[in-house]
Design a protein around this ligand. Structure first.
Ligand SMILES: Cc1cc2nc3c(=O)[nH]c(=O)nc-3n(C[C@H](O)[C@H](O)[C@H](O)COP(=O)(O)OP(=O)(O)OC[C@H]3O[C@@H](n4cnc5c(N)ncnc54)[C@H](O)[C@@H]3O)c2cc1C
Ligand code: SF4
Length: 355
């Protein structure tokens, strides 16, 4: 049987877009499947601006999006999912289903899974922050929606908040719920948003309650020190146990771990720094392609730290947040690496076929 020359990329977020464009630039025809009607993944769907330069997301990603849309070697299928798979490396037969329920079977030689992550749901189990009880408790994602409008108000009364608090590590680093990982980006995102709040509401007091701040490379001075020194954001080392309503305001209860004493602080708006979990699509691809998960439920790779993209299944690679918490920089780097590995793999199969 002749080796199928096409590569299937699943998911058109930063990782999948880079993987598809890089493989196509190397001359490999790509089928790029995206469940939504738009490409750009989670950042383009939800975030107003990106770390660390606070660049508007559409502006930052427009080149990447245009490169994929215009590429002659990329066959883009929007509103489409992979629902079944037969065969193996060199001859995968994948069944695609569009929103109208129409199914097609495509033959591809290799696969890159880039189905990303989902935001932690702060209403779950042990979370006592009142996300579904109080309008003025929001998530980082809800805050991004506000930044898109440029209008910062308390949802409960439409008034600008005077006191804003971030609670870090919501749904991450939490053994009780089984999420024993750091989501990597949320300390940086909270610092970025704190700067944006102060730019839009210079009179507001902004607090970040953290277990410990985990800044990533250059985010240390571009976001953390900038937030403290230029924008006077208050970082408070503490554990928040509960958010309750007190009169017209919210009361944050917990322990200030620097001072070693209980704390109760009134706030107008509370932002929960929700972390990253494997997306439903990622879990579904694990099932369809028989991909093992690592101990946290993301897709396992075989060669970390030297090979972050090869899965134990020959011909199947993973890129981006499907393999664990990643920022966009990590995701795009993995997309390029997965493309190089997948194209190399297909070339080796073709050479083996001719000898
Ligand atoms: C609140 C928050 C803010 C963030 N802000 C930043 C930031 O400012 N800067 C930064 O560097 N990082 C940021 N991140 C991290 C960033 O979102 C991720 O690094 C990035 O989105 C990962 O890219 P990805 O392509 O792996 O996954 P995603 O962006 O999640 O894209 C996955 C794509 O796959 C598609 N998909 C899923 N399942 C299927 C399926 N079954 N079939 C077909 N398609 C499917 C999805 O629809 C989606 O388009 C933030 C994260 C959070 C939680
Ligand atoms: S990046 Fe910060 S907020 Fe996010 S899980 Fe890690 S320590 Fe917690």
């Amino acid at each position: 049987m002749t080796i199928a020359s096409r590569l299937l990329v699943i998911g058109a977020g930063p990782a999948g877009l880079e993987a598809a464009a890089a493989a196509a630039d190397l001359g490999t025809p790509v089928v790029l499947v995206e469940a939504k009607d738009e490409i750009g993944g989670t950042p383009l769907a939800y975030y107003a601006t990106l770390t660390p330069h606070l660049q508007e997301t559409h502006e930052a990603m427009q080149g990447m999006v245009a490169r994929v849309r215009q590429h002659p070697h990329i066959d883009l299928r929007l509103g489409t999912r992979v629902v079944d798979r037969e065969g193996e490396a060199g001859h995968f037969q994948v069944t695609l289903e569009d929103k109208a329920g129409k199914r097609t079977v495509e033959e591809v030689g290799a696969v890159i899974v880039a189905t990303g992550f989902q935001h932690f749901d702060p209403g779950r189990e042990t979370q006592l922050y009142g996300y579904y009880e109080y309008d003025d408790v929001i998530t980082l994602v809800d805050a991004e929606a506000m930044f898109k409008t440029g209008r910062i108000v308390r949802p409960s009364n439409g008034q600008p908040p005077e006191r804003i608090a971030f609670i870090q590590c919501v749904g991450s680093r939490d053994r009780q719920i089984g999420n024993q990982w750091c989501s990597k980006v949320c300390c940086g995102i909270a610092s970025k948003q704190a700067i944006e709040f102060k730019r839009l509401l210079p009179q507001a007091k902004v607090f970040i309650f953290y277990i410990d701040m985990r800044m990533y490379g250059f985010w240390e001075d571009l976001l953390y020190w900038k937030a403290q020194e230029e924008y006077k954001v208050n970082y408070i080392r503490g554990i928040v146990t509960e958010v309750i309503r007190k009169g017209d305001r919210l009361l944050i209860k917990g322990e200030d771990t620097t001072m070693g004493r209980p704390m109760e602080v009134p706030m107008d708006l509370v932002v929960l720094s929700v972390g990253m979990e494997p997306s439903a699509g990622t879990r579904e691809m694990a099932r369809i392609f028989g991909l093992p998960k690592e101990s946290h439920g993301f897709l396992a790779t075989v060669g970390e730290p030297l090979d972050t993209v090869s899965t134990p299944v020959p011909g199947v690679y993973v890129a981006g947040a499907a393999a664990g918490p990643k920022d966009i920089e990590d995701s795009v780097s993995m997309g390029g690496m997965a493309a190089a590995k997948a194209v190399g793999f297909l070339n080796r199969l073709k050479v083996a076929e001719t000898v």
